[in-house]
Each structure stands twice: as structure tokens, then as C-alpha cells.
Design a protein around this ligand. Sequence first.
Ligand code: HEM
Ligand code: CU
Length: 622
Amino acid sequence: MAAQKQEKSVIWDWLTTVDHKKLGIMYLIAGTLFFVKAGVMALFMRIQLMYPEMNFLSGQTFNEFITMHGTIMLFLAATPLLFAFMNYVIPLQIGARDVAFPFVNALGFWIFFAGGLLLSLSWFFGGGPDAGWTAYVPLSSRDYAGVGLDFYVLGLQVSGIGTLISAINFLVTIINMRAPGMTMMRLPLFVWTSFISSTLILFAFTPLAAGLALLMLDRIFGAQFFIPSMGGNTVLWQHIFWIFGHPEVYILVLPAFGIISEVIPAFSRKRLFGYTAMVFATMIIAFLGFMVWAHHMFTVGMGPVANSIFAIATMTIAVPTGIKIFNWLFTMWGGKITFNTAMLFASSFVPTFVLGGVTGVMLAMAPVDYLYHDTYFVVAHFHYIIVGGIVLALFAGLFYWYPKMFGHMLNETLGKLFFWIFYIGFHLTFFVQHLLGLMGMPRRVYTYLGDQGLDTFNFISTIGTFFMSAGVILLVINVIYSAFKGERVTVADPWDARTLEWAVPTPVPEYNFAQTPQVRSLDPLFYEKIHGDGTMKPAEPIQPIHMPNGSILPLIISIGLFFAGLGFIMMNMDNPIINPWIVAIGGLVITFGSMFVRSVKEDHGYYVPVEQVKADLKKGGN
Ligand code: HEM
Ligand SMILES: [Cu+2]
């Protein structure tokens, strides 16, 4: 039997942890920091657009902010925040002790974080990338974009590897680590949607990696895949980018659907209506998500046949999405609804998401898209999906899972106030942008002339952003206030909920389940409340629990990749202080060297002894 667990200092413990719960919290913190950073940029952009011909940001800074805001929000805020919940909740919901590969899980986090830092370094070396989050060539070619764009290419390349390996880990975990009786058709909807979202990452982040590699070859090594004057093709980039970019939206929104499908039943006191239909609707949405990428390219000149096919394929997505919407409504129908903060966010998600969907169908009509394309109508549309969908779901999930994650409640009064200010601010900001778009205001412009009919709505839109910012500040106050004064949670199941994460004690022991639970139904905990004695039946005797040791290697591997990326970027800098090749190769040596160490060093983990498990059980009990 391997050694006992060693004592470590707090910082070292977090730097080396492979525990899915700690990694979940680390994703939550990192994602929040990036969310605030990108949010401040949004606020600055809106201040610049508050009045006509403002001089708050220069045109160049505005372009950099637009690019970084979009890129950070999608890759470094929304994705990791969803990963935070996936990491924390999936193993608990399927009755597992951790994810399939805890070491890889830590590696995924640190690589994502290293890539994010690399991207952010651009501010200190000649300015951020400025070609939009889509990095369309030729805007992103060496002729038009400076070294900031190399930070975009390599920052995303590195952080993308982290996202990819985490997604693979989730797939293996959900396939292999389910407790006895937890069949695929008993998976909670959040697990299902995370599973399908991870599949999408697998198939979407690979073309992205390929595209970024080609763009890097163009920019750094003088290749010409995308440069027309050299025989390359700019539209090729658009295809590669959108075959990733469109599914990316579903990568984010499917787990958001999952959160909504957990919160609405819990606070309607009813089971989810149409579980099977929900699962298959998710699959169909994911499949169609790959078939419609070219609806972003109606105006590129693909011709009427291609445009029609992509238009119709896009509109088809409304059908499975409609199924979901009605199932949520039917779940609430006749339920005993508690409108706490989590439920306010979850239920308000439904109408805002529908509004975003309706404008999506409008945009899918190829001929009319010539009118909307690159106007504020598009900006309004996708922010209704992203903020009115994904962000509202994230807030719902935060309030719902917070007591399990941190052992105390968030304050409800502050929470409800936050909800109303944020929700009103959201509509103020983005609703009028539909009208601005219809009046012809182009997107991605840093200013506009006065007296064109655009003044009032732009002003309203910016006021809305102040409301949303005030809301987020209230949330921060809530987190701090609740840490000191919040109601402590020691019971396992403060919401009287339905799924397995509420069957483990709070705080959750490192090994999650003292005994793996026997699952007898969908909504297993709820089933035991009705048909059993309210606790899960164990599927195994109490025995020593095998746990993995922490490791500093994931952090070191990521530091290596960070420097490898930086080295390639330096190749486009005017006067690099060190030879870029040294940095690039040095970084790769660190990465592969530590991978080698990992391969040859034997580490059998340790066992939590039976006496310890029994003691925990007596103390924590559920
Ligand atoms: C919550 C408050 C938010 C505000 C006030 C806001 C504001 C803005 C503004 C002013 C633009 C530039 C529009 C243009 O000129 O075309 C923009 C673009 C964008 N935003 Fe947001 N945004 C917010 C949240 C988000 C979130 C949460 C995400 C994603 C998770 C997001 C993703 C994007 C993307 C992808 C773009 C396009 C960037 C580009 O054109 O390259 N935004 N946003
Ligand atoms: Cu799309």
C-alpha cells in the first residue's frame, strides 16, 4: 500500500492540486478575473459610443478593445466559467470520486491559464490584437496587423490545447466513471449537455488549431495560405474559422441549457418535463451546429444555392430549441415555484434566449442578411444569446451551487437586487441596438456622426451598461459580505434538491463519496426521498479509498508551453532581447522534459484509511 497523504502549505496545495473540486474553484476565479477584464473593456467601448464623435478612446484602442473583449469573453471567461461548474459538478452528479484523469485535469487548467496570460501580454509589447475576434485575413495578415496578432494566434493556440484536453477528460469521465445504476439515460441534463458540448470541443477546436497553425505559418514564416496576391485564399480562413466559430456558440450554450434544466426543476418542485426529448434535442442541436457555419458568410459571394442550403439548415435549429423552451415552460407549469435568485436568473433566461433566437432566424434569411450584416442588429442578436443566455445561466448556476462549493449561502436580498439591476441593464443596453442596426449603424466602428438619429439609442445603450456594471459590483459585494456574514451550510442538501451532488456532505470530503452510491432512478436523490429513507444506498462496503497525489508538473508543463509560444511571437518582434529560437526551444524542452519525468517517475498515489473514512462519515453524515 502506498504512503499516506503528506501535509503541505496552502499555496503549494493549490498549485499542485489534482482535485476536481479545487480545480473547479480555480476555473471560477480565473474566469471571473477575465470576465471583469473584458467587461471593463466593454464599458469603455460603450462610453466611447455614448455620444457622437467622442474622444474617449482612439480608433486604434477601440479596435484592440473590440478584439480583446470578444476573444477574452469567449475563450477565457465563458468557457472557463462553464468548466468551473463542469469540473465541480460532473463527478458529483454521476457518483464518481473524481474525473477520469485528475493529472490531465490540472494540466488542462494550467495550459488554458498560460495561454490566457500569453494573450494578455500583448498590451506590454506593442498593443493588443486589432483584427476582431474573427481575425479575418487580410486584416490579420502581416501587412495590416502587428505583433499583437501573434499574441492572438499563439495565446489561443496554447489555451486551446488546455480546453481540448479538458474536454476529452470530461468525455472519458462521463463514459467510464458513472456509479452503478447511473445509465446514460439517467444522467442529469447538466451532465448530458456537458458531454455533448465536450464532443463539440473535440470536433471544433481541432479545425481552430489547424487554422491558427496556418495563420502562424503565414505571419511568422512567410507562408501564403491566406494571401491572395501570393495565390492564397482569404475566404479559406473564413471557412476554417466558422467551422470552429459557429459550434463554439453551442459549446457555450449547451451547458448553459444544462444549468437551466437543473435549476428550473429544483425550484419548481417537479421533475424535468420531457427528459428524453431534452437529450435528443441537445444532440440534434449539436449536429446541426456543425452544418450551418457558412451562415456567417452569406455576403461573401458563395452564390444563391449555397446560401439557401445554409439558410434552411440554420432555421431548422429552431425546432429542437423550441422543444427545449416548451419543456422548460411545462416543467414550471403547475409547479410550486420558489423565486429565489437562482430561479429568477433561470426563468428569465427563457424569454431573453427566445428573443435572441428569433433574431437569429431573421439573420438566417440570406437575402435579408445583406441588410443586417455587420450592423448593430448582429451585435444585439448575439449578445441576447451570450449575455441573455449564457451569462444569465452562469449566474443561476453560481447561486445554485454556491452553498455546495463554499459552504455558505449568498445573500438573497443582495442577490435579487443584483438580478433586477443586471436584467434591466441588459435589456436597456442591447434591445435598442436592434433598432440602431436597422437604422444602419455599422458594427466595429469607434464613432458616428451626430444628428443621424443614432444619438438617443446609443446613449440609452451606454446607460444600460452602467446598470449591468453596478449589478456585477453588487455581486462582488454579495460574495464578500456572505463570506463573513452569510448563512453557513452544513447540511448536504440545502435546497431539497434532486441530484447526487446534494447527497455528499458539505464541505465535500476530498474523495466525494465515502461509499459509491447505488443509483436506482433518474433524479436519484429525489427517488430515495420518495421511495427510500432519503439517503443513497451504498454500492460497496466501506474500504480504503485510493487517491492520486498532487503534482507540480502540470504547472511546469504549462510554463514551458507559455515560453514556447512567446518564442514564436518574438520572431515577429523588431528587437527581441533574446534570440527567439532560444526561448521557443527552451520552452519546448521544459514541456517535453517534464512530460518525460511524468512518464518515468512512479507515483502510486495514496490511500485514505478505513478509520478515516468512518470518522468522516460520523462527522459529516447526510
Ligand atoms: C455584459 C456586457 C457586455 C457589453 C456591454 C458588451 C459590449 C460589446 C461591444 C460594445 C462590442 C463591440 C460591438 C461592435 O462594435 O461590433 C462587443 C462585441 C463583442 N462582444 Fe460583447 N459585451 C458584453 C458582454 C459580452 C459577453 C459576455 C460576451 C461573450 C461571452 C461577449 C462577446 C462579444 C463578442 C464575440 C464581440 C465581437 C467582437 C468582434 O467583433 O470582434 N460580449 N461587445
Ligand atoms: Cu453561427
